[in-house]
Design a protein around this ligand. Sequence first.
Ligand code: CA
Length: 233
Amino acid sequence: MSSNKYRILIIEDELNIRSFVKTILETNGYQVLTSGTGKQGEWMVTSHCPDLIILDLGLPDMDGVELIKKIRKFSGVPIIVLSARTDENDKVSALDLGANDYVTKPFGTAELLARVRATLRNSHHSTGNGLYGKFVVKDMEIDYDRRIVLVKHQEIKLTQTEYNIVTLLSEHAGRVLTYAFIIHAIWGTADSGSIKKLQVNMANIRKKLGSKPGDNQYISNELGVGYRMYGNE
Ligand code: CA
């Protein structure tokens, strides 16, 4: 009965957060393992093969970012990072090193569960490059075969670069893509003006998609980190 449950490993030294997360996950049908240190957590990744890891970045014996680096040498297991609001740089390094998503403390039950579901779902259909068919979120539609984007059935005129960015975000919908990830995927190389270039493109995309400032229906701007296209949750 419990054998087909997803197994989630929580690595977090703060007891109250650890129990909080454990309770939420168990209540929602997940099997949960916990560790209060990085060292034991690392060992549990190899010995228990979890389907997902929830990792606190501030551990007593090890930097969480370092732990991601170690885990990524032998495993592609999805990782959701728990970070304090002040850890902007750590959050970015964590994502660039291969963490799949993050949740900022303090977080609510609904938010955590949504991230867990999206991350598990994404890890089960690694897309590759062959995008075909359609992607729909709210009243926006990307037609990969015709390489066009429609909002309320009206075609939106995007430049080639803008289209590529929208497609990249849709391919990873529900997940935050860092500036570095997007820049590398779209332009290949980064220079000092890359972030500015990306921001200008994003501003144009959002304007063309009809977003008003502060009201982004399809793409959220994760300040200081990157962008996320909403998924169909
Ligand atoms: Ca901590």
